[in-house]
Design a protein around this ligand. Structure first.
Ligand code: PLP
Length: 378
């Protein structure tokens, strides 16, 4: 018997006290207590995003928040720039196309990041672009974009900066206000330590000015309505208030540890995980890795899908594979949110055992020792 260990970059494990909130009876949602919860959740998320801007909770997954942000940011017929380093950058591009916005994709090969120089060039070539979209932690390849540098470039223009922080908020250093982010979209099932079902959009003053320049084609995801209501600690429609109540617990946990300590903890575990993987003779996939996950190249002589199947079936360790064209070529070990250093050690131990059984030459314990040494010296 092995415990099931979920080390995927979403969903992620949820702490016990947060889970217990979900087991409590369902109250009504238009009550003083529900308003209090909403107020605490908004303030907790402002802390996580490092912003004083409006934070609007939505009942949907992360993509819903991306769509809500984007449809408010630019009208049909406008032009936007998308920084595409993987599947989620591509999602911005596809969303724009679905809403009749001309999207200029600045695309880099998987494993690479879009650099500030590339964005500068795109802004020069497309001065009429009204928005720039980026993904902070590109979960499909494990890379991290330099939002501070990208945001500073966008801030010099009239365009708004729209960021997918789905797998970064609560794990990676993220400073919405300092980094000039105008729309920030995220979801509940990653480093916020909650099951799937909630998503959030935060909007800056510059962002609201862009919204007010047109009539966004929305009803349910109308962020202007959501803003009016949130000022009374309320929502326009029935919220997933049991999830919000549970989120309050996870946010209390985040406040107790301190967001900067949390960023540091993620850095430390990420470094240890990368050291382990390299000590096993495996290659990292991301050139600039995000701290919430480690993407690893599957060695040529190993069947990547079989590796994942065995890890789960034989040791209860659930990792993620590659998506789309990266299927079978990489695997991804998540270390975000409630996944701790010892969960990562368990995953490394299982990887060593399975690789050995699959005929890949590993010295048992080499990855574990490297991880521990890195962790101890950080
Ligand atoms: N963006 C990133 C970076 C993600 O990792 C994900 C989820 O995997 C999404 C967007 C999409 O979120 P959801 O699946 O919650 O709609």
């Amino acid at each position: 018997m092995f415990k099931y260990r979920l080390l995927t970059p979403g969903p992620t494990p949820v702490p016990e006290d947060t889970l217990l909130e979900l087991a409590r009876p369902v109250p009504h949602h238009r009550t003083p207590e529900a308003r209090q919860i909403l107020a605490e959740v908004v303030s907790g998320l402002q802390y996580v995003f490092q912003t004083r801007n409006d934070v609007l909770p939505l009942t949907c997954s992360g993509t819903g928040a991306m769509e809500a942000a984007l449809v408010h940011a630019a009208p049909r017929g406008a032009k936007a720039i998308c920084l595409v380093a993987g599947k989620f950058g591509e999602r911005w591009h596809k969303l724009w196309q679905a809403f009749g916005v001309e999207s200029v994709a600045v695309t880099v090969p998987p494993g690479e990041v879009v650099t500030p120089e590339q964005l500068e060039q795109a802004l020069r070539a497309h001065p009429d672009a009204v928005a720039v979209c980026a993904v902070h932690s590109e979960t499909s390849t494990g890379v991290k974009h330099d939002l501070a540098a990208l945001g500073a470039l966008v801030a010099r223009t009239e365009a708004v900066f729209i960021v997918d922080a789905v797998s970064s908020a609560g794990a990676l250093e993220l400073r919405m206000d300092d980094w000039h982010i105008d729309f920030l979209a995220t979801g509940s099932q990653k480093a916020l330590m909650l099951p799937p079902g909630l998503a959030f959009v935060a909007v800056s003053e510059k962002g609201w000015r862009a919204v007010n320049r047109h009539q966004p084609p929305v009803f349910y995801f109308d962020l202007r309505k959501a803003r009016e209501k949130i000022r009374e600690n309320d929502t326009p429609f029935t919220p997933a208030h049991t999830l919000l109540r549970a989120l309050r617990k996870s946010l209390q946990r985040i406040r107790a540890e301190g967001i900067e300590n949390i960023w540091q903890r993620h850095r430390r575990i990420a470094q240890a995980c990368r050291a382990a993987v390299q000590a096993l003779g495996l290659e990292l996939f991301a050139r600039v890795p995000a701290e919430g996950l480690t993407a690893v190249k599957v060695p040529a002589q190993v069947d990547g899908q079989e590796l994942l199947r065995r890890l789960e079936k034989e040791y209860g360790v659930k990792l993620a594979g590659g998506q789309d064209q990266l299927k079978g070529k990489i695997f991804r070990i998540a270390h975000m949110g409630y996944i701790d250093f010892f969960d990562v050690l368990a995953a490394i131990a299982a990887i060593e055992l399975v690789l050995r059984d699959m005929g890949f030459p590993v010295t048992l314990g080499a990855g574990l020792a490297a991880a521990q040494k890195s962790y101890a010296s950080a």
